[in-house]
Design a protein around this ligand. Sequence first.
Ligand code: HEC
Ligand code: HEC
Length: 131
Amino acid sequence: MKKLLAISAIVLFTAISLSFINVKEDPGYKNLKVLPKNTTHDQMDSVMKHFAKSLGVKCNFCHVRNADTKKMDFVSDENKNKDIARAMMKMTNKINKKYFGHEGVAAITCYSCHNGKQEPSLFPPADEDDE
Ligand code: HEC
Ligand code: HEC
């Protein structure tokens, strides 16, 4: 799990790391504003699964379904959570860089705050032993 997170983090937070990866395919993503344009299919898969698992949601939390074709339209920006997620990506990136001096390997990821929830908790769980 730790390794998986590290991999997602690398993919997510640097374009630099991509220069080490041999890009063989061009999956032709059409609407990337934060991720590198040459993101591969495997990398996209890993990043998107990381998002979904970190927030405890499915793809449709951030992506809309085309009413005519009934297929998921991943290119569309119709779902407002997609742009919120973009802002979160930039914020996470900035926290790693500015506050932890991490570039390439993340100190924090979406999961660090979200912990499987749509909205991060404000308070720790109540402890019955607390006096
Ligand atoms: C928390 C929000 C969120 C979730 C959940 C999510 N995505 Fe995304 N997805 C995004 C964002 C944001 C982008 C655009 C990234 C950018 O602009 O660089 C994106 C882009 C994509 C793209 C690229 C589309 C293109 O051509 O530009 C694909 C494919 C995709 N997502 C698939 C999925 C799949 C499959 C799932 C479920 C496993 C999923 N996403 C779950 C936020 C999300
Ligand atoms: C530093 C902590 C932190 C990190 C890291 C973080 N988030 Fe968030 N996120 C929040 C908080 C706090 C909220 C709730 C905002 C509010 O209440 O206004 C939120 C809300 C969201 C929402 C809206 C959820 C809703 O129900 O409206 C999305 C989507 C989201 N985050 C995606 C992401 C993604 C994707 C990542 C990783 C790239 C990420 N977040 C990383 C703190 C974080």
